[in-house]
Ligand binder design. Structure first.
Ligand code: HAM
Length: 420
């Protein structure tokens, strides 16, 4: 083949679609149950939006964005994540005048120039939610519950719900200092990426997955952010755990959990299969109380999560159950000869108006050829029109499973098919 889908992208073929629709419908239903309303934002935004929010020192902004100049000279970036655009929309549309928190959900394609591997793509899809305008830890617990329910409803077993608090602008600088001094005398033992992280984003050192250097031992001994919270953050954290307990959520406190985007404050959480690397995390999220102010708005808290659709679908498929829908065709319409084929076209059109799925067999083929097509499409019924049927205004209905057929008035075709 001459052309292939670009590296890190993939086609979602019809055979896989039913899994996607199932995951999508489950996410949408849950979002509605929790009182969230759908929002869509553009696929590209002004470049500065992501530089300001996701953060200059992050992998995403440093080396993964698809940024280009349009023909008018404007710097645009393909959306690498959904949260910043929604906060932009919140401000642009004055949503602070709505009852707070504003509860929103979304499905969106995202773009990151990453090294492709299993479950990691350059063009991937997320579903997610954001609750904006309420700093109470009850909202954190609600969002975390919603994320857990999604995994539960999809029947994914063995997943772990990990939570942590990474503090805020008040306490984090002090914590980062402690982290830096923890590492200062051991930089000879860490990998080259961690060297870079030490300079740019020391928190991310806790997220290193490499075991061929001393990174893991140093992570194990590192000071924990949740032990270095200011009074307000500590209060928020203990209240959150209090609510999570009330909801009976099976969470684990994971002191090493840090997130890859700069806007997070306080609560951070992820759902991961046990013992796997970052590329298998099905969803992640957290609180971003400084983000909207960073984008030029009044100080406005928010929390949400994003789930990788590809990863959810992969896990649903791994459960090994058949696709939730089947690939049968309800009716294939067969017309023998020029005139009957024209009538067959009219009949198919009529059936569709009656809400019955109808596919026309290919023109110009013999009865056997058209019937073979009906079998290949797993038709439940084939409706056959020959010259005789056209004359009598009838149609021959064949129940494909039972191999039975009968001639009925053409007018009653829809009701006969519907009656099964
Ligand atoms: P994130 O952790 O960058 O967070 O992405 C969330 C989820 O998207 C990941 O857990 C993963 O399932 C999926 N994902 C990320 N990158 C890829 C990729 N290259 N290929 C396939 N799947 C991927 C965010 O994006 C935040 N906006 C989440 C959030 C919402 N925080 C608060 N509100």
């Amino acid at each position: 083949v001459q052309y292939r889908a670009p590296r890190g992208t993939r086609d979602i073929l019809p055979a896989e679609q039913s899994y996607w629709r199932h995951v999508e419908a489950t996410a949408r239903e849950l979002a509605h149950l929790f009182g969230y309303a759908q929002i869509d934002t553009p696929i590209f935004e002004q470049r500065a939006l992501f530089d300001r929010s996701v953060g200059q020192g992050t992998d995403i902004v440093e080396k993964e964005t698809y940024t280009f100049q349009d023909r008018g000279g404007e710097e645009l970036t393909l959306r690498p994540e959904g949260t910043a655009p929604i906060c932009r929309a919140y401000l642009e549309h004055g949503m602070s005048s709505l009852p707070q928190p504003v509860r929103l959900y979304y499905f969106c394609p995202n773009f990151r120039y990453e090294r492709p591997q299993a479950g990691r793509y350059r063009h991937f899809n997320q579903c997610g939610v954001e609750a904006i305008g309420d700093s109470n830890p009850a909202v954190d617990a609600e969002v975390i519950e919603l994320s857990w329910r999604l995994v539960e409803e999809l029947g994914l077993s063995g997943q772990q719900l990990l939570v942590n608090s990474i503090g805020d602008g008040e306490c984090r600088p002090r914590y980062l200092e402690r982290l830096r001094s923890h590492y200062t005398h051991h930089l000879g033992k860490v990998c080259t990426d961690c060297h870079h992280r030490f300079e740019r984003n020391v928190l991310r050192m806790l997220d290193c997955k490499r075991s061929d250097f001393g990174c893991q031992e140093l992570i194990a001994e590192a000071p924990r952010s949740a032990d270095h919270l200011c009074t307000a953050c500590a209060g928020h954290w203990s209240k959150l755990l209090y609510y999570l307990d009330a909801l009976d959520l099976p969470y684990t406190v994971e002191p090493r959990l840090v997130r890859g985007l700069d806007y997070y404050t306080r609560t951070a959480f992820e759902i991961q299969p046990p013992g796997k690397g970052a590329q298998s995390t099905v969803l992640g999220g957290g609180r971003y109380d400084g983000l909207i102010q960073e984008l030029g708005g009044q100080p406005t808290p928010g929390i949400g999560f994003g789930a990788g659709m590809e990863r959810l679908v992969l896990n649903v498929k791994r459960r090994g159950e058949a696709a939730p829908e089947n690939d049968q065709t309800q009716v294939v319409v067969i017309g023998l000869g020029e005139v009957a084929y024209r009538e067959a076209h009219r009949l198919a059109s009529h059936l569709r108006r009656e809400g019955i799925q109808a596919v026309l067999a290919p023109a110009g083929r013999s009865m056997r050829g058209q019937m073979r097509h009906a079998t290949a499409l797993k038709a439940r019924y084939s409706l056959i029109l020959g010259e005789e049927e056209v004359q009598k205004e009838t149609v021959t209905v064949k129940n494909m499973a039972r191999s039975e057929q009968m001639e009925i008035p053409a007018k009653s075709a829809a009701s006969v098919v519907r009656a099964g």
